[in-house]
Design a protein around this ligand. Structure first.
Ligand code: FDP
Length: 324
């Protein structure tokens, strides 16, 4: 019997244990983040069960949002919540307030629900200034100011991927335990990948750098093999694959949507945060994605994210266009 492997299998690193371990590195910490995260995890477990039951799209969208808002407010650790489902930000009443702002998309990729394709929840967390009254500007901050970000993917297994700013870790829900167990410690994205991921149906409206980049993926000029195309059309699933296998995910601007489609606060920022923490890059076509300063909570931005070298290539094409 392989005792070493067995010891590993029986030493279960749950997500709570992992975050508590991290917490010991910050002696001033009072466990507020651990409590907040356990409420987010609870929301994800609920949504996972509902998705597995095959509830219809409209019901699931609304249900997921309600579950997350209630879980976050009842944690007593939040002050401002921004959800993809709500036009306005929610300001938590003073008696239930804490110091964290949570921006989230409760059920991203929801047009895929009815055909049982993987979908997910995406979230990012900001901290407000000690003792300050919460205001909308607290969430209109660049993504680099996020304290943590992550997503939960409801797929063939339920995966929770988290970064608290010291690398990226992946956990898999063990349904018999009802716990997320660390299965993908310290995820690093390959420096260069073999896959590109984009909705090519929009190609006729792309700008030059995007069109040129995708052309090069298919017809490389440097002797490297052509890349494979994989596009699920569900951001969490496309980004999850990119994180694990490497490559690039693009949702560029086009003539019809000059700001692209994806939302800055709860799609672009959390995924860019994770990519950078895993050793990759995220670029908007103009700048590092995490440097962007949003002016509205539902703002959109073009995004190119993934393996370091692949994003470097698209950056060079945009730089060449500017210098023309
Ligand atoms: P959906 O419309 O199904 O909710 O922003 C939402 C999103 O999905 C992302 O999850 C996904 O990456 C993107 O839109 C897909 O957009 P296209 O259908 O335009 O490719």
């Amino acid at each position: 019997m392989d005792h070493a492997a067995d010891a590993h299998r029986t030493d279960l690193m749950t997500i709570t244990r992992h975050v508590l371990n991290e917490q010991t590195k910050h002696p001033e910490s009072r466990g507020d983040f651990t409590i907040l995260l356990s409420h987010i995890v609870l929301g994800c477990k609920f949504v996972c069960t509902a998705v597995n039951k095959g509830e219809e799209q409209k019901k699931l969208d609304v249900l997921s949002n309600e579950v997350f808002i209630k879980a976050l407010v009842s944690s007593g650790r939040t002050c401002i919540l921004v959800s993809e489902e709500d036009d306005e930000a929610t300001f938590v009443e003073p008696s239930k307030r804490g110091k964290y702002c949570v921006v989230f998309d409760p059920l991203d990729g929801s047009s895929n629900i009815d055909c049982a394709v993987s979908i997910g929840t995406i979230f990012g967390i900001y901290l407000i200034k000690e003792g300050a009254e919460p205001k909308l500007e607290d969430v209109l901050q660049p993504g680099k100011n996020m304290l943590a970000a992550g997503y939960c993917m409801y797929g063939s297994s339920c995966q929770f991927v988290l970064s608290t700013g010291t690398g990226v870790n992946g956990f898999t829900l063990d349904p018999s335990l009802g716990e997320f167990i660390l299965t993908h410690p310290d995820i690093k994205i390959p420096k260069k990948g073999k896959i590109y991921s984009v909705n090519e149906g929009n190609a006729k409206n792309w700008d030059n750098p995007t069109a040129k980049y995708v052309e090069r993926c298919k017809f490389p000029t440097d002797g490297s093999p052509a890349k494979s195309l994989r596009y699920i059309g569900s951001m969490v699933a496309d980004v999850h694959r990119t994180l694990l296998y490497g490559g690039i995910f693009l949702y560029p601007a086009d003539k019809k949507s000059p700001s692209g489609k994806l939302r800055v606060l709860y799609e672009v920022f959390p995924m860019s945060f994770l990519m950078e923490q895993a050793g990759g890059q995220a670029f908007t076509g103009k700048q590092r994605a995490l440097d962007l300063v949003p002016t509205q909570i539902h703002e959109r931005s073009p995004i190119f994210l993934g393996s370091y070298d692949d994003v470097e290539e698209i950056k060079a094409l945009y730089a060449a266009q500017v210098n023309k």
